[in-house]
Ligand binder design. Structure first.
Ligand SMILES: [Mn+2]
Length: 324
């Protein structure tokens, strides 16, 4: 079956000599692993590729092959023939890396998120049914005619595993497993990567988890679960930014909970909200009403207000969403 957006993206990459790959802010292993895999494939095709992330990687993400080559925008950077947004599709999602886009002859994207309500600002390849950018990247690299090296395989395996909750969320399809099977055959070491990603914590993380779990609030007959994290707790617990990733699952997993939220205070007083739902509520819509986005079952937004006020705002919005 012909996939025109995929072929158009592959043709743009084929025609370019220098390609910039841009990760979204608060990068996860999907945006990073997919970008690093594509960068390697582009280099194997004899061209240049650079991966940009506005935010620093966590210690855990340093297991990604080539993680140390990820750079931040540098004003002395020469230009690029092509810029590709990976795992996002709006320049507003890449933070300071957006400055790289001004130096690109052409800009496109590869994304599996629902488009922002403000509409498309460029053309690219979107597949909202794909579990992850990593799954889409498997198809793209195939199409490029580049074989999977063990490092491409490991990076894409971590990308897919991260976005599917290690193949457990409802976005996991037969195609997801087929892609994963191929990556295992190409040398991804599932046991080692899984242990590193999910079974290896730090004392700081565990202390922070205890603190965050102590904030649990249940509302609306225990259908809404809320967690929060004050910025000062990171230092107090010896945890790193980014280590709150995944803590929302403790709220989501509670039996009877339909919507879970975690509110994370940033160093700038801005509060980042992550939302999850189980069956009924479209959290992408809630996030979009605050200028955010994501998927039906997982979304996020940013609130520019103090943490306590953001909590009250969210409690109201989540209970209201349940009544609709
Ligand atoms: Mn993703």
């Amino acid at each position: 079956m012909k996939n025109e957006p995929l072929e158009a993206l592959a043709a743009k990459i084929h025609a370019a000599g220098r390609v910039a790959l841009l990760c979204h802010v608060s990068p996860d292993c999907d945006t990073l692993g997919s970008s690093l895999a594509l960068a390697e494939a582009i280099r194997m095709a004899g061209k240049q590729a650079v991966v940009f992330s506005a935010d620093k990687l966590t210690d855990k993400q340093m297991i990604l092959c080539g993680a140390q080559e990820v750079v931040q925008y540098n004003p002395h950077d020469p230009g690029y023939d092509l810029g590709v947004l990976v795992d996002c599709s709006h320049p507003g999602r890449v933070g300071d890396s957006a400055q790289v886009l001004d130096k690109c002859e052409e800009v496109t994207y590869l994304d599996h998120h629902v488009p922002e309500e403000s509409g498309e600002v460029m053309s690219g390849w979107r597949d909202v049914k794909a579990s992850s950018a990593g799954e889409m990247m498997c198809a793209l690299i195939h199409h490029m005619g580049v074989g999977f090296t063990s490092s491409i395989a490991a990076n894409l395996y971590m990308a897919i595993s991260t976005d599917t909750g290690h193949f457990s969320y409802s976005n996991t399809t037969a195609q997801t497993h087929r892609a994963a099977a191929e990556l295992l055959e190409a040398g991804a070491d599932s046991a080692r990567l899984t242990e590193w990603l999910y079974r290896r914590t730090t004392v700081g993380y565990t202390r922070l988890l205890a603190q965050v779990l102590s904030t649990l609030e249940l509302l609306h007959h225990n259908k809404v679960a809320l967690l929060s994290c004050a910025y000062s707790w990171l230092e107090a617990c010896g945890a790193q930014e980014g280590e709150t990733e995944g803590m929302i699952d403790y709220a989501r997993d509670i039996q009877g909970v339909e919507i879970a939220a975690i509110l994370k205070e940033g160093p700038d007083g801005v509060v980042r909200v992550s939302l999850r739902s189980k069956r009924r509520v479209d959290v992408q819509k809630i996030a979009a009403s605050y200028g955010g986005g994501g998927h039906v079952r997982a979304a996020g937004c940013t609130l520019k207000m103090p943490l306590d006020q953001a909590k009250e705002e969210m409690k109201h919005a989540l209970c209201q969403a349940l009544e609709m």
